[in-house]
Design a protein around this ligand. Structure first.
Ligand code: SF4
Length: 436
């Protein structure tokens, strides 16, 4: 056997880069994964599953699957995209930037609406950043400098399991030699989570009232008067937490879907950014979204350079339009505005409302995914591909917008295509059909 070191985990946006993977001498079998958390290790080990689907399949009239060749899957996908008036090309998170760039070229030629998983996650954060900008930093700065950590509406103990040990609560950095002992941790969450259990302070905000509490912090920083209770929190606790933050040397606010997708949405993030900005009058402060999917940050970056917008990009008029609420995947599906659905590197079947999933089921549809998922179960064609970050490398962006070159550690099953190979073949065929 041989051990490959400094492997990047392709599961969550933390992109841990210290994994060690043991593979067989011929590089065909992955045997062991060290340093990853349980969900990260499972991603690697799942590539070795005995029941893995290795060939494309097409759904038959009676609902059963028929195995087809990659050539047939490419032809179906190319015809579907070339003939659709307005296809939806959704996902783009669990893949590399190279595939995202190829998919964008394809989307431009077929006049697709391109949307990524931010649409049901941190899209509201992206809107807020466009509203008022963002004072942010890298995870390296957090590790080396931050002595006040806030987790607002997120639960990294479950969603980003090694975030706390590598970057935020526990590690010893250049100016944070005492590790956990030198830091104060505040968790704001309506629920008593496992992250709240390791915090110094848990502010159990009432569900959907984050905006009020954020606003109360801004009042408290200035020492102005607050009502006795704000969003379920007694004012004394808010003043105390505000002082804790002001007295720090470096404050970092991490936030998650508890604030981005609850009442107020992007306005919550506007206010959280304003809290960070206000704190910079007293100390150094930064704020960072806890991006979930592996390379969702990368798809925003790639589309940012290519189209100027990070998600919900409508290319159907031959130029890029962006209007979240109108050009977002769920809204388009709900209003019956797309006539074909292409999904790569995500699972809307598991995360979209039932009404949207049903619309996917009713249309010509293709899911490109190494796994069998609720999405593959509603699509007409399922194209299994190599696991990005395990069986193929490429560029991915960490949650703090740092690009990292990921590694291939094991060979994919024989004859299996990668996202990039599949997309470039479909692109070539679409160009032929369209004569471009
Ligand atoms: Fe992978 Fe995230 Fe776990 Fe790190 S925290 S090992 S990136 S799943």
């Amino acid at each position: 056997t041989k051990t490959i070191t400094d492997v990047i985990c392709p599961f969550c946006g933390t992109l841990c880069d210290d994994l060690e993977v043991v593979v067989s001498d011929d590089g065909k079998q992955l045997l062991e994964v060290y340093n990853a958390c349980a969900i990260g290790a499972e991603k690697f080990l799942h590539s070795q599953a005995k029941d893995r689907i290795t060939r494309p399949r097409m759904r038959q009239e009676d609902g059963s699957w028929k195995e087809i060749t990659y050539d047939e899957a490419i032809e179906y996908t190319a015809q579907m995209l070339a003939n659709a008036k307005k296809p939806l090309m959704y996902g783009w998170s669990s893949t590399n930037c190279e595939a995202q760039a190829l998919g964008s070229e394809l989307g431009e030629i077929v006049g697709a609406v391109m949307d990524n998983t931010a649409t049901v996650c941190h899209g509201t954060s992206l809107i807020a950043v466009q509203d008022i900008g963002i004072p942010t930093c890298t995870l390296g700065e957090v590790k080396n400098r931050a002595d006040r950590i806030v987790f607002w509406g997120c639960n990294p103990a479950h969603a980003h399991p090694r975030h706390m040990s590598r970057y935020s609560i526990f590690p010893r950095g250049f100016f944070t030699g005492k590790g956990h002992k030198g830091r104060k941790v505040i968790v704001v969450d309506p629920r008593p989570t496992d992250t709240a259990n390791v915090a110094d302070v848990h502010l159990q905000v009432e569900q959907g009232r984050d905006y009020e509490l954020l606003n109360a912090f801004r009042v408290a920083f200035k020492g102005e008067k607050l009502p006795d209770v704000v969003a379920g929190i007694p004012k004394e606790k808010i003043y105390e937490a505000a002082e804790t933050l002001k007295s720090g040397r470096f404050v970092i606010i991490f936030f998650g879907m508890g604030v981005t997708q609850s009442l107020g949405k992007n306005h919550n993030i506007d206010e959280a950014i304003a809290v960070t900005r206000d704190l910079n009058e007293y100390t150094k402060a930064a704020i960072m979204p806890m991006r979930g999917h592996y390379n969702v940050t990368g798809s925003g970056q790639v589309w940012g350079w290519l189209f100027g917008f990070p998600f919900a990009v409508d290319l159907s008029r031959g130029y890029a339009r962006y209007n979240p609420g109108e050009t977002t995947a769920n809204d388009l599906l709900r209003r019956d505005e797309v006539d074909a659905v292409f999904v790569l590197g995500s699972d809307p079947g598991a995360h979209f409302p039932f009404s949207s999933v049903k619309k996917i089921y009713d249309r010509p549809s293709v899911a490109i995914d190494p796994h069998e998922t609720p999405t593959t179960e509603v699509c007409k064609v399922h194209v299994p591909v190599a696991f990005v970050g395990v069986e193929v490398g490429g560029c991915a962006y960490r949650m703090d917008n740092v690009p990292i070159e990921t590694r291939k550690v094991v060979e994919p099953p024989e004859g299996m295509m990668t996202d990039e190979e599949f997309l470039s073949r479909v692109l070539a065929r679409v160009k032929e059909i369209k004569g471009v």
